[in-house]
Design a protein around this ligand. Structure first.
Ligand code: TXA
Ligand code: MG
Length: 326
């Protein structure tokens, strides 16, 4: 039976929570991307997430909590840095890596001694988490290595044959995954850029935040694999000024291509898909994954995408475009 895709009525929320209590996975909306959630304290329930996604078992999952939840249930220690970031940015698109408590099983963390905690801002996610009263482990609700879903229909495309229920909370308002900061070591380390920038984190912590080097990192983070968030069609990033010429060259070569742009004033000939996103970092983040998904479906030979600008506000977008191109 394919998944049911249901609006978040009280009955549907109750049904989703009942499924979680019964150890079943349910997809639900967050403000970043849709998650595939299961009871974080039940290893068998968590394993169903890995099976549905086809994700290697050593890739740790983010654990979602309701606003005001007692974090001592899930984290063995809450350093002052965590308190400050939580006060400033929760609920919201920020995941904190902290030492895990005994309630968080190896199945969630891939055996690591840490846990990623996030309190989402989406009202439907918050209602579900409050009703459930516990912690929900949830990676993005896509098959392993594919583009994260920002709409219920995307989740259905990815996992519709593999899970029972998708709660439809509309299109994600942020559109790229949360910023991840590791607070389990001596100094805060950025594991994944996102809408909350390193600059704003540093300002709150009043100290610089190191980007992860990879070399000395013992952390296995799925978002750090080179090929990730990727469409199946070859994708090429080009400076805005070079996009138009690249499209025209492809057309001369009788190649069917698609283009994704935001600040470049590009036009494509009739029949070639063009996705124009709003030219702000927030606007691009919101539309990026849907555009990649639609372009991927358009059976073109190549997708051209505008190279994101330099500058701190574009770091999350640069990271996702780089990974999608890799
Ligand atoms: O916005 C988001 O973060 C979304 C929504 C659903 O909350 N979730 C998400 O999950 O993007 P996922 O599994 O697709 O990416 C989680 C990232 C992975 O790169 C994972 O390795 C890393 O977080 N992560 C989770 N726990 C970790 C830990 N204990 N140490 C290091 N990295 C961790
Ligand atoms: Mg993911």
């Amino acid at each position: 039976m394919p998944a049911l895709v249901l609006e978040p009525t009280p009955e549907v929320l109750a049904r989703a929570v009942a499924a979680w209590r019964a150890g079943e996975p349910v997809a639900f909306p967050t403000e970043t991307v849709y998650g595939l959630g299961a009871d974080a304290t039940k290893p068998d329930a968590v394993r169903k997430i890995f099976i549905a996604k086809g994700r290697p078992a050593d890739h740790p999952l983010i654990v979602h909590v309701a606003p005001g939840d007692d974090l001592a249930r899930w984290a063995a220690a809450l350093p002052d840095t965590a308190r400050r970031l939580i006060d400033a940015f929760w609920p919201g698109p920020l995941t904190l890596i902290l030492p895990r408590s005994a309630a968080i099983p190896d199945a969630v963390t891939g055996g690591q001694p840490t846990v990623g905690l996030r309190c989402p801002a989406h009202p439907v996610a918050q209602s579900l988490l409050r009703m459930f009263g516990g912690a929900i482990a949830a990676p993005s609700a896509n098959r392993f290595g594919r583009i994260s879903p920002t709409q219920a229909a995307h989740v259905f495309e990815e996992l519709g044959e593999r899970i029972p229920l998708i709660v439809d909370g509309g299109a994600a308002t942020i559109g790229i995954e949360s910023t991840i900061v590791d607070l389990s070591g001596e100094r805060p380390v950025l594991l994944r850029p996102g809408q909350i920038t390193v600059e704003s984190l540093s300002r709150v912590l009043q100290q610089p935040i190191q980007p992860v080097t990879g070399r000395d990192s013992t952390v296995r983070a799925a978002g750090m694999l080179d090929k990730h968030y990727a469409p199946q069609t070859p994708l090429r990033a080009l400076p805005g000024a070079a996009l138009q010429a690249a499209v025209e060259q492809a057309v001369r070569n009788r190649q069917h291509v698609a283009a994704i742009a935001w600040s470049a004033p590009i036009v494509t000939p009739p029949g070639l898909p063009l996705f124009k996103l709003p030219p702000s970092p927030d606007g691009v983040a919101r539309g990026l994954y849907d555009a990649l998904r639609q372009a991927d479906r358009a059976s073109v030979a190549v997708i051209f995408i505008e190279q994101p600008a330099d500058g701190p506000d574009w770091a999350g977008i640069r990271d996702r475009v780089r990974k999608a191109v890799a």
